[in-house]
Design a protein around this ligand. Structure first.
Ligand code: PLP
Length: 422
């Protein structure tokens, strides 16, 4: 971290609790750019988060100083790259508090992590007539891989309903669990509604019936401290790019015993210990699931992002973002014609909303002209839109570098939308 961090901010509005947001913002070069002549206000963090200079520097250092393929090389560059990549794995292990480093598998993102489990664990264990349980607020990447599996196996997808606030209905879930249930796979945080699911209880209820649970943590990991051992989840998926790291890299955590028994997901280099035309012996964990050259720079960049997050402090981030969420929720809901979609009692820092009589894409376009980046659409969660009988929402999602001032600009932008579409 930069030495200038010791300087106390001259802007008290940006100094909140244990976070000095002004200094944090200096670490994110993109936040200095302008959009349509206005300062960028980036409120699309649930889609992808911005990267601190420390992550950019780690990528530049890798490519300019020790770019090399890993694991098989005897030369210095290869051992440096291998060491850095494996060190990043160790950082992830500590970040999620896994028991073993071999429980951390590098993948392309949360999507690939879920597909890996569906194609490997799922194909091994799911038979005709079996059931897989998901919730009604899943991202498409936690729906479609299970549909593909169910179609192939003649199995059935069961969906836990949500209430009008966008909360997971625990009682309905318990009713769906039965002797045919082979796996439960739910989001930790809904990307469309912001709801935090009661994952500890969900896992507990499934485990009482010996059913393993996958948690899709793509939207949770950037906002709260994770502890996969405490949660006792069987699999946990996350995306590096939502965690202030590079795109194209993510993590599947899995309990060692489960991973060890699962067949490989893809075949190729690195996932084998020996190959003849007659027989291939697979590599040990985690390499059994890492066929081919991985995203080496991405893994190292993700390690740098984790260092950065540890420096800021997940508890500080969570507390600050809850303040931003409260402010945005109260102020947006006070605006006539604005309806907030997703009012769960436990929420992460995003607000989905509609403005009566205005298509969300128009909201996004007007705000873009003000330099404000939000996301509009179905957020890859079309069943959620159907549940609320709307085609789309506008979604503002906050990170720890966002400020109350920026939310103030969002509010002015929404007022402008209402004036324009009166
Ligand atoms: N799960 C959730 C809840 C998400 O929000 C997303 C992305 O928005 C994903 C999974 C998929 O993540 P990725 O596209 O990084 O694989």
């Amino acid at each position: 971290m930069k030495a200038s961090r010791d300087v106390v901010s001259s802007r008290p509005d940006l100094f909140t609790g244990a976070l000095n947001v002004s200094r944090i913002r200096d670490d994110f070069p993109i936040l200095k750019r302008k959009v349509h002549g206005k300062p960028l206000i980036y409120l699309d963090n649930a889609a992808t988060a911005q990267k601190p200079q420390q992550v950019v520097d780690a990528l530049v250092r890798f490519y300019s100083e020790y770019n090399s393929n890993i694991h098989r090389g005897v030369h210095l560059l290869s051992s440096e790259a291998t060491e850095a990549f494996e060190e990043a794995r160790a950082k992830v292990k500590r970040f999620v508090n896994a028991r073993e480093i071999s429980e951390i598998i590098f993948v392309r993102g949360a999507t690939e992590a879920i597909n890996l489990v569906a194609q490997s664990y799922g194909r091994q264990h799911v038979r005709a007539g079996d059931e897989i349980v998901i919730s009604a607020m899943e991202h498409h990447s936690n729906i479609v891989p299970w549909q593909i599996l169910c179609e192939e196996k003649g199995a059935r997808l069961r969906v836990v309903p949500i209430n009008d606030r966008g909360e997971f209905l625990m009682e309905e879930y318990e009713k769906l669990l039965n002797s045919r249930t082979r796996l439960v796979s739910v989001a930790h945080v809904s990307n469309a509604l912001g709801s935090i699911l009661p994952v500890a209880e969900i896992i507990d209820a499934a485990h009482r019936r010996n059913v393993p649970v996958l948690i899709d943590g793509a939207q949770a990991a950037p906002h709260m401290r994770l502890d996969v051992q405490l949660l006792d989840c069987d699999f946990y998926a996350l995306s590096g790019h939502k965690l202030f790291g590079p795109t194209g890299v993510g993590i599947l955590y899995g309990k060692w015993d489960l991973l060890d028994e699962m067949p490989p997901y893809q075949g190729g280099g690195d996932m084998i210990s020996s190959v003849t035309f007659e027989r291939t012996i697979y590599n040990t964990l985690p390499f059994k699931f890492e066929a081919g050259t991985p995203h080496i720079a991405g893994g190292i960049g993700l390690g740098a992002a984790i260092d950065y997050l540890n420096g800021v402090g997940l508890e500080n981030i969570a507390a600050y973002e809850q303040e931003l969420l409260g402010y945005a929720t109260d102020s947006l809901s006070a605006i006539p014609r604005v309806r907030i979609i997703g009012t769960a009692r436990e929420k992460a820092s995003l607000v989905s909303f509609t403005v009566d009589g205005v298509h969300p894409h128009d909201i996004g376009t007007v705000l873009d002209q003000e330099g404000i980046a939000i996301r509009t659409g179905h957020h890859c969660a079309q069943p959620v839109m159907d549940r609320f009988r709307i085609p789309a929402t506008a979604r503002a999602s906050f990170a720890f570098y966002n400020t109350r001032e920026e939310i103030g600009a969002l509010l002015r932008g929404v007022h402008k939308v209402i004036e324009l579409f009166n």
